[in-house]
Design a protein around this ligand. Structure first.
Ligand SMILES: [Zn+2]
Length: 234
């Protein structure tokens, strides 16, 4: 397949355009964020990384380091000609999230959610093809309890989920979404308990920082507390 030229177009626009039309696959739902990417955000990401496998859970499979890129990996999951159509669109209108991309993203995400849901309770198994070939089929059963709620969240369903903080009887407030930095160039959405403010990931698991500090949202600010409930400096 021919490579796609990026000569004369803003590379950040290409990244944002590809991202906005793409969709989460499988475990990608754990990091899925429905917010579209802006050119500014894409430029910041590109200053640190140019080769993408997944980006915030969405399948990308593109290397944007040069003046052209191979669309094979992106098109495999997003449809033949998908990458070219996005770059053509940017050349014409300079828009990184046109209605066509919004629809493609919506439909793709819904289809993938159904796909994941149908596989949630499959066990991993191995299949023997001939004497020397063993194929491993990865089931999602092992991760169903965290992946299931993440898919529900992505679909805009709001499962009632209890706060996991000890002795708290509150529930997670899915309407208050906080973007937490989870790597040099990635963020994941987190949601506070309506009662105590304890932050939870979209999977329903509690958020800890690297030092095992417990993260709370209190009066609009992120607060870290240690095991005894004392505030630790960020
Ligand atoms: Zn709570």
């Amino acid at each position: 397949m021919d490579k796609i030229s990026m000569v004369g177009v803003d590379k950040a626009a290409v990244l944002a355009g590809l991202y906005n039309a793409s969709k989460p696959l499988g475990m990608g739902f754990m990091h899925y964020d429905s917010t579209p990417m802006t050119c500014e955000e894409a430029a910041e990401i590109l200053s640190q990384q140019t080769d993408f496998d997944y980006l915030k859970g969405r399948v990308m499979k593109v290397d944007l380091s040069g003046h052209e890129f191979d669309p094979w990996g992106y098109d495999r999951d997003n449809g033949e000609g998908a990458a070219q159509a996005i770059v053509d669109g940017i050349r014409e209108t300079n828009e990184v999230n046109p209605v066509t991309s919004q629809e493609k993203h919506q439909v793709g995400t819904m289809e993938q959610a159904e796909e994941v849901r149908s596989r949630l309770h499959e066990e991993s198994r191995t299949e023997h093809l001939g004497r020397n070939t063993v194929v491993m089929h990865l089931g999602l059963n092992d991760v169903a309890d965290v992946l299931g709620p993440a898919v529900d969240r992505a679909m805009g369903d709001t499962p009632v989920m209890g706060c996991k903080e000890e002795d708290c009887t509150g529930t997670i407030d899915w309407t208050k979404r906080i973007s937490l930095q989870t790597g040099c160039r990635s963020t994941s959405p987190a949601f506070p308990c309506a009662e105590c403010g304890r932050l939870h990931w979209s999977s329903g698991e509690m958020v800890f920082n690297r030092q095992e500090g417990r993260v709370f949202l209190e009066d609009g600010c992120l607060v870290l507390r240690n095991e005894d409930g004392e505030i630790i400096d960020l």
